[in-house]
Design a protein around this ligand. Structure first.
Ligand code: PLP
Length: 387
């Protein structure tokens, strides 16, 4: 008889043969001397001394952990200050911090889409949204990627079920953007909840990084009283850790009252809250950081395109280069590494289709020599692929 460990070993062997194994590889504090384009540190703030100082001061004052869940002992004055600051930044009535972006999506979908309601979810939404849909007891309709028409069809078929539309604002693998204006009109017409995950847009897109629901001239696409909820993470642009929900006061109060991923989870640790708040203050003082990340992304994509690589023009700070077969993508990643550049390699099932990709994060703090080094690495990749 084969035991459970033998069966796992067979799974491992099969994945190894397909080039799909994933491994934990510890890095050192300077990314092993490599130029880091693999992380999500969009604004280059994770190693900023001001964030470290804020985190250290918070550890000193409030402790290294939050001591309990938010409804018991885990809500400090620091949490309240950060929630007010993020709500303000997002032009929202209210905000709630959770211990991760993953849990922010879980909290929102489970609390707003109970049994008997209907969730309409983009096919390429982040795994945390997929899992949140599963955890909510609603019916779920998965619609083709970026298809506002398919969302309208699903809304038309909602019947008496309260609908909720959920989408990433910027999709995490390819960095492409959701048709937010069309979805917003559909949601308004159908009186549906509209949930937008701004993990890859808050801090990056919109004027001063205010996100995907703010026009270039600074006007908001959304009225704070509308049933529109945004989730985000503090682990990317904001250089820290934690999840964020912003929206109408009624929604935030409902989450605090009923969302299990909020209630039964120890509060975000004070050093993370303080670091994220420091990052927000820096972004407000230096709003050009957001635009720099987006400009660098466009620049990197045009370099890749000029070399014949398949790199769609990015809508935020993620540059995806479609390579093909998983092993070819791993080889392309290794070539970049040989040039001193660390890039992400996304293979199925982390990709929306069978095409494996390189994923480059165009951080705000890249300089000319960095961009030249990346250009040389991509030239070698193009040469290797024979494009
Ligand atoms: C679109 C999106 N949503 C949610 C998350 C989850 O956020 P966290 O890492 O804070 O759990 C991520 C990535 O981590 C993401 O890319």
């Amino acid at each position: 008889v084969t035991g459970p460990l033998d069966r796992l070993e067979q799974v491992r062997i099969a994945r190894e043969a397909e080039g799909l194994r994933r491994r934990l590889v510890p890095r050192n504090e300077d990314f092993d001397g490599l130029l880091d384009l693999a992380s999500n540190d969009y604004l280059g703030l994770t190693r900023d001394a001001r964030l470290a100082a804020a985190a250290a001061a918070a550890a000193d004052r409030w402790g290294t952990g939050a001591t309990g869940s938010r409804l018991v002992t885990g809500t400090t004055a620091l949490h309240a200050e950060a929630e007010e600051a993020f709500a303000d930044f997002c032009g929202a009535q209210s905000a709630l911090l959770l211990s991760s972006g993953y849990l922010a999506n879980a909290a929102v979908l489970t609390a707003l889409a109970p049994a008997g309601s209907l969730i309409i979810s983009d096919a390429i939404n982040h795994a945390s949204i997929v899992d949140a849909c599963r955890a909510a007891r609603a019916d779920v309709v998965v619609v083709p990627h970026r298809s506002a028409d398919a969302v309208d069809d699903a809304l038309a078929a909602a019947g008496s079920r309260q609908p909720l539309i959920v989408t990433d604002a910027v999709f995490s693998v390819d960095g492409d953007a959701a048709p937010l204006r069309a979805l917003l009109s559909s949601a308004r017409r159908a009186q549906a909840w509209f949930v937008v995950d701004e993990a890859h847009s808050l801090g990056v897109t919109g004027p001063g990084g205010r996100g995907a629901l703010v026009e270039p001239d600074g006007s908001e696409l959304v009225d704070p009283g509308e049933p529109i909820v945004r989730t985000a993470t503090l682990s990317k642009s904001f250089g820290a850790q934690g999840g964020l929900v912003v929206g109408p006061q009624t929604v935030i109060e409902h989450l605090a009252d009923q969302a299990r991923p909020f209630i039964f989870d120890t509060a975000l640790a004070p050093p993370s809250v303080a670091a994220a708040l420091a990052a927000l203050r820096i972004l407000q003082d230096e709003p050009g950081r957001a635009a720099a990340a987006v400009q660098h992304a466009a620049h990197l994509a045009s370099i890749a395109q000029s070399m014949g690589l398949d790199a769609p023009m990015p809508e935020a700070a993620v540059v995806a280069i479609r390579i093909g077969e998983p092993r070819a993508a791993l080889e392309a990643q290794r070539i970049c590494r040989d040039h001193g550049v660390l890039v992400g390699c996304f293979r199925p099932p982390s990709t929306p289709d069978p095409v494996s990709r390189l994923r480059l994060t165009a951080r705000a703090d890249l300089d000319e020599p960095d961009l030249a080094r990346i250009g040389a690495a991509l030239a070698s990749v193009a040469q290797h692929l024979g494009v």
